[in-house]
Design a binder for this molecule. Sequence first.
Ligand code: GLU
Length: 460
Amino acid sequence: MKSRFAPSPTGYLHIGGARTALFAWAWAKKQQGQFVLRIEDTDRERSTQASVDAILDGMNWLGLAHDEGPFYQTQRFDRYQEIIEQLLSENKAYYCECSKERLQVLRDELTEKGEKAKYDGCCRDKKLKSGVVRFKNPLTGFVTFKDAVKGQISIGNQELDDLIIARSDGTPTYNLTVVVDDHDMDIDTVIRGDDHINNTPRQINLYEALGWSLPKFAHLPMILGSDGARLSKRHGAVSVMAYRDEGFLPEALLNYLVRLGWSHGDQEIFSLSEIVELFDLENINKAPASFNQEKLLWLNQEYIKTSSVENLLKNLAWHLDNQSVDTSKGPVIEAVIKHLQERSKTLVEMVDSLKMFYHDFDEFDKKLAAKQFKDSQPIELLLTKLEVLDDWVADNIKEQIKQTCEELGIGFGKIGQPFRLALSGNGNAGNIDVVAQLVGKDRTLARLQMALDYIAQHSH
Ligand code: GLU
């Protein structure tokens, strides 16, 4: 069993493409089949190497490994040429020299009459020797197929015109290459976006003309933005790699994508192996799916919470580098991650919170400092106690905070808040005793001293 993902390299890998890839991948894996990656780069003007790289990077980051490929259509021109010549010699295709102007006039006339604009077959029997090559679409009858998602679809051949299979420069067009490739690559399920559903009857006619057996088709409904319009840039990030940059875990995005148009009862959280085990074509929704950032963020947080520290560390590497965070001097990073994974919605947030454990800062958040650094006494007392604390662990630090409160007859907040700000610089820190333990004794004392200096400078 084989399925494929066949992107055109004309941009980055976007959310819709990634979902198609995931569904095709899961369908192959479920049946211990092969997943083929094919780069449809025949449109030489729009295809770029940068975009090929972006697609490969995106697939790689998502962990959707292909078993075969990547195949490049530009390397298969000889094969397409062979098929085009075969169709010409069998009188199943013909050259057409109709000028752009003639076609335009034809289109205008038909549109004016309220008819569907289609080619009139003018060159069908002229036996020309050059021009574009058109496929002789059957003139009568119906093309009927059962789409795994949409159900039975039937289109009258009269609605289909003689499709161009080769441009005048000889290069093949999408509908021809996709049929040749899906056949040659033994694809038995074609899973793709429903923007291609109108191409399918034409492709089926080509399969039949070539005497090839048909694959199964599953056309996925669109993905819409929150306003009901087709998902696009104006709804936020649509490139898969932008989600990496924003701090999403690939497994959270995959989990989100699998639910975008497919369901298994009410289940929301799916591990990759569950996706492979449970995925099926029957439960793909017929209606378009709505992209919901909030839900994706929720899932990401769930995944960060439950992920192994090693996995988080692996995924954090890029972010640490990107934000130039050097973790070589400071606490063992695994301990910091463990502390932060409960409280981070994204990896970007995690790296932000992680900085205070490794980097010193020059100043405190001004607004918070003005509010919380007023009274030096609690900080002074805590500092003297911590200076002589030998066993620098959270419980002992907590005890010193408690004693400071008791001796001064103040509530925890009076020391907890300033201590938190002193340690973090911005007030964002979790359990203060755990944070202090991780920040380490030297840095903690230095930061408390810095808070005292601040108070001294601002006290008149
Ligand atoms: N290359 C086509 C696209 O990116 C997909 C073709 C297909 O899956 O049949 O839209």
